[in-house]
Design a protein around this ligand. Structure first.
Ligand code: KIV
Ligand code: NA
Length: 274
């Protein structure tokens, strides 16, 4: 079966079916989630997940491309979208195209994602008219942590609802096939998701059930991350499982119970165990 495209995502929105998205940053995880996801995002959250960074700001285009290549090898069905990292697209639409072209050429991914509202609509239009499918990302945009003054939910305050809707509409009208809505209070997220002028599929993360789809950071929903935001449900408990497995391994190596006969090559040197 062929890989999903941005057109399939648009069709899913038109049909009213929910769009399932998760992040992945390496091949093994990507292979496990591919059968269940419509979109696999190589998010710049890999800076925290893989590299222990405090924010996504230090993530480079080379880091994104390397992990996107791995995720492409691990997937066959899902549409793979790759985050454009901080500093790779904001300076000009030409800079954005050069970075996006590297991503598409070097990874084979089907789309890029960039953070920002109305001020980036011109860039989104420039990319989409030149063959680069774009996913937008509005609301809480982690690459703007310094100007936002921390990770805080968006849409509060008198002008915020109107401005957020304008951001989403501008990115949608510029040609984005989908928009991540992150950390937005429910009434505003709902208004954006149901606005007829927002034709792009809305993919929520901490942005209410009214979006056309949902996305979470894989390691958060698996229960691997140490701290998770309020909007994440831990669907798994991998941290506990890994801790238990590694603890048992360490105990058995130290006590000599591992490796056993079954794990040993060649002739037995010790006395038979039967
Ligand atoms: O980097 C990321 O993981 C993201 C998603 C949370 C939307 O941008
Ligand atoms: Na991101």
């Amino acid at each position: 079966s062929r890989r999903l495209t941005t057109l399939d995502i648009a069709r899913r929105k038109a049909d009213g079916g929910k769009i399932v998205a998760l992040t992945a940053c390496h091949a093994q995880m990507a292979r496990l989630i591919d059968p269940h996801c419509d979109i696999v995002l190589v998010g710049d959250s890999l800076g925290m997940v893989m590299h222990g960074l405090d924010s996504t700001l230090p993530v480079t285009l080379d880091m994104m491309i390397l992990q996107a290549q791995a995720v492409m090898r691990g997937t066959a069905r899902a549409l793979v979208v790759v985050d454009m990292p901080f500093g790779s697209y904001e300076a000009s639409r030409e800079q954005a195209f050069t970075s996006a072209a590297r991503i598409l050429k070097e990874t084979g991914a089907g789309a890029v994602k960039l953070e920002g509202g109305a001020h980036l609509a011109e860039t989104v239009a420039f990319l989409t008219r030149r063959g680069v499918p774009v996913m937008g990302h509005v609301g809480l945009t982690p690459q703007s942590i310094h100007t936002m003054g921390g990770f805080r939910v968006q849409g509060k305050g008198p002008d915020a609802p109107r401005l957020l809707l304008e951001d989403a509409r501008a990115i949608s009208e510029a040609g984005a096939f989908a928009i991540v809505l992150e950390g937005i209070v429910e009434p505003v997220a709902r208004a954006i998701a149901s606005a007829p002028e927002v034709t792009a599929a809305t993919i929520g993360i901490g942005a209410s059930p009214f979006c056309d789809g949902q996305i979470l950071v894989l390691e958060d929903m698996l229960g691997l991350s140490e701290r998770i935001p309020k909007f994440v449900r831990p669907f798994g408990r991998l941290r506990d499982e890994i801790d238990a497995a590694v603890r048992t391994y360490a105990d058995e190596v130290r006590s000599g119970r591992f490796p056993e006969e079954a794990h040993t090559y060649g002739e037995r040197r010790g006395p038979p165990q039967e």
